[in-house]
Design a binder for this molecule. Structure first.
Ligand code: FES
Ligand SMILES: [Fe+2]
Length: 357
């Protein structure tokens, strides 16, 4: 499977990569080693020593270098072998590993998977609401899921699934499936908005409306390549302005681990009762339960059902809620084709990679 290379991928929440730790994670089917230097910079290196291809994460950190645990070669943050304990200490020819640009942003670590010259951190969507939120109004999480990342993207772009999978938790009573979403493309992004006037209030908003269960609600998803989604949802009393209601903003960020497994990062900020730590814990537990016991098992079973067959090649039946997901798949396909053509034109090497690591 071809993955989009010239893109930023979220690879970890910042607190997953603690100081003095070698943190391995497979990204786009490539084993990568992450670690922090003493100055706090996060380094991403190919997790295969070029000597006998031992995983570098089985070695140890020495200052800002990682020392291979097998025969002791040391690699610096740029990926070059900077120290050899063998013979006269001469650095062996070709002793380097690929390094990947990284940046810390929005509580997360992001990795650029393509030509380092194109790694502009400003291309990462603005999720600064995660860092600006009251600590008792936000949470983040990570859920490894054994499905292709595009199935996980479809799941967020098509919220009609909530009417069925989350029937006991969100209590949407079929309202999303009955509603035609407004889908539009802006630049590289795809937006999918549902507007549900006079609908039954969903579970997480319900305590805010003690006077009745009927509200006007909205769910708005914005996709940015490769698989980054922002979901805004809210509810207000019927006919009243949105500003009078309650709302949440959430990220659903998918990074391919392999063709059939996905690193699913989620984060949510609540814009009501923002200092209520107990409510925050309660909502986090409910969200994690829904993702891990409802979405994840269905996505994994869907992957099992598909096997290695591409979903679109099976000519799937299309429903009203699929429009956003199809637009995303087509937008991604266009980007992949462009990248593939550029790569073919580029005589410098694989992925337009200049040879620097
Ligand atoms: S495998 Fe790393 S130094 Fe030998
Ligand atoms: Fe879901």
């Amino acid at each position: 499977m071809q993955f989009l290379r010239n893109a930023w991928y979220i690879v970890a929440w910042e607190d997953e990569i603690s100081p003095d730790t070698l943190f391995p994670r497979t990204i786009l089917s490539e084993p990568i080693l992450f670690y922090r230097t003493p100055s706090g910079e996060i380094v991403a290196l190919s997790d295969r020593c070029p000597h006998r291809f031992a995983p570098l994460h089985l070695g140890r950190l020495v200052g800002d270098m990682v020392q291979c645990g097998y025969h002791g070669l040391c690699f610096g943050p740029a990926g070059d072998c900077v120290k050899s304990p063998h013979g006269d200490g001469k650095i062996p020819h070709g002793a380097k590993v690929r390094r990947y640009p990284t940046v810390r942003r929005h509580k997360a670590v992001w990795m650029w998977a393509g030509d380092p010259d194109g790694a502009d951190p400003n291309a990462i969507p603005d999720y600064s609401f995660l860092t600006e939120a009251h600590p008792n109004s936000m949470f983040t999480g990570y859920l490894p899921t054994a499905c292709n990342y595009q199935l996980a993207t479809d799941n967020i772009m098509d919220l009609t699934h909530a009417d069925y999978i989350h029937v006991g938790s969100l209590d949407t009573r079929g309202a999303i499936a009955r509603t035609k979403a407004q889908v539009r493309e802006e630049g590289a992004s795809v937006h999918c908005d549902w507007w549900l006037p006079g609908s039954h209030v969903i579970g997480v908003f319900k305590p805010n409306f003690p006077g009745g269960d009927i509200v006007d609600q909205w769910f708005e998803v914005s996709w940015t390549p490769p698989a980054l989604m922002l979901l805004r949802a809210g509810a207000t009393l019927p006919g009243r302005p949105r500003e009078e209601g309650v709302n949440v903003s959430a990220v659903h960020l998918m990074t391919p681990e392999t063709e059939t497994t996905t690193h699913y990062f989620f984060g949510s900020v609540r814009y009501y009762q923002e200092d209520n730590a107990v409510l925050n814990q309660h909502i986090r537990a409910a969200v994690v339960a829904a993702f891990s016991t409802q979405d994840k098992p269905m996505l994994e079973a869907q992957q099992q059902s598909l096997g290695t067959t591409d979903l679109l090649s099976l000519r799937p039946v299309a429903l009203l809620g699929d429009v956003g997901g199809f637009r995303v798949r087509h937008a991604l396909q266009r980007l992949l084709e462009t990248e593939s053509q550029e790569s073919a034109r580029n005589t410098r090497g694989e992925f337009g990679f200049s040879g620097r690591v």
